[in-house]
Write a protein that binds this ligand. Sequence first.
Ligand code: TPP
Ligand code: SF4
Ligand code: MG
Length: 351
Amino acid sequence: MTYIAKPPLRHPTLERNKVGYTRRDYEGKISTLCAGCGHDSISAAIIQACWELDIEPHRVAKLSGIGCSSKTPDYFLGASHGFNTVHGRMPSVLTGANLAHRDLLYLGVSGDGDSASIGLGQFAHAMRRGVRMAYIVENNGVYGLTKGQFSATADQGSKSKKGVVNSDSPVDLVGLALQLGATYVARSFSGNKAQLVPLVKGALQHGGAAFIDVISPCVAFNNHPGSTKSYDYVREHNEAVSRIDFITGREEITVDYGPGEVVDVRQHDGTLLRLRSLNTGYDPTDRNQAMAYMQQHQARGEVLTGLLFVDPLATDLHTALNTSDRPLNALGEADLCPGAAALQKLNASLR
Ligand SMILES: Cc1ncc(C[n+]2csc(CCOP(=O)(O)OP(=O)(O)O)c2C)c(N)n1
Ligand code: SF4
Ligand SMILES: [Mg+2]
């Protein structure tokens, strides 16, 4: 993988967050993606979200598969844990890491090829098992890294750069995530940082499987007329369900929301998701309504964005499996080898 390290120089007056870090401390190496690639804007949103959340970088584990999108974890959170897996295998490696070390914040970064083609099965099982993570798909409708073939999320009837029409039906990862039981489901656009940053913050603080599909135009292969994943198409067809602000339990609410219906969703850990509905009557905690609403917009060729669904009381795989409260590397000999009596009791329970 080619990369260029950023010069370590810092201006001494850079603003610091509550844990003493500047935004630059959340950056990674210099990006080698094409200038204007949507993926770089998503990296910038992740950096901003982690800085604003006062997350210590060593508390994050970022995992990805293969693709231009999956290269991006090299360009943010340079001081965090990282694992670049095989194509489409990020969810299973992340699941294993999460089960071994439950105290880290897990960030899965993937592409539409990585998650909707080769990794579709892995995506599905991570969602249905409720693996606690923020799973971000940087969705450009093509395999950018291998020169722009249609991916499984390309819309039927959309055109390639050379004018070839895609005849296959698309896989809609948001629809699948909703159907499979993900407890935080959102869609956004790499060109809308104001919407994306709070969505990433909410996902990182969520108590279960959080999924964000981010439409992220590929300027090299899928940004032309006839594409439904281009900057122009998404700007013209973007329909937001709500404006979201993410507020930690300790913060005073000072945001001026203006007119519109306000829905507060308080999560397990006390954090608050405040949504100002741009469409009256939209209930972000109603899974069935989210699915129907999304399909209606899709049929009209619109790209519905925002926080589409959240279950504020979500639990995760650790709760379901009743695992140890402590990470495995923090268990001592007494925990791991509780003695003959405990073994006999266990064996008896299995007879
Ligand atoms: C097992 C395997 N099959 C195929 C490939 C070739 N390959 C590399 S990246 C990629 C697709 C990447 O597309 P996507 O996940 O959408 O990422 P993008 O580059 O568009 O961000 C493919 C097919 C591979 N590296 N490994
Ligand atoms: S090929 Fe496309 S996805 Fe890859 S870096 Fe270039 S613009 Fe981004
Ligand atoms: Mg892609």
